[in-house]
Design a protein around this ligand. Sequence first.
Ligand SMILES: [Zn+2]
Length: 120
Amino acid sequence: MNVQHYKQRLLDLERTLSARTDRAVDEGRGAFIDDAHDAGDASVADEVASEQFTEAEQDAAILQQVRDALTRVDAGTFGTCIVDGGPIEEQRLDAVPWTSYCVKHAQARDAATQSRTPTL
Ligand SMILES: [Zn+2]
């Protein structure tokens, strides 16, 4: 496995995501302040702001995982599953380079998450 290849991808992702989260948070704040002031309707501005914060929060969550993965690159544990220490499939790393679970344990985790989520 070419760890440097994934490290480069992770560094690119980190740069992209951190730029995007910074911008989204700024826009979120800007929308709240400007629209609330001009329109006198704080609730609309509040909605706009919270939508942008949600996107920013998702980006921030991935950004955190990307940074964790970079820590594992430096620690020499990148590409191993944190559940059983087994190798993570390269196909999976190509799709989700920041993952810390092999396919088997990622599926087990997804299943656990879904069973906690009530179906409508
Ligand atoms: Zn595993």
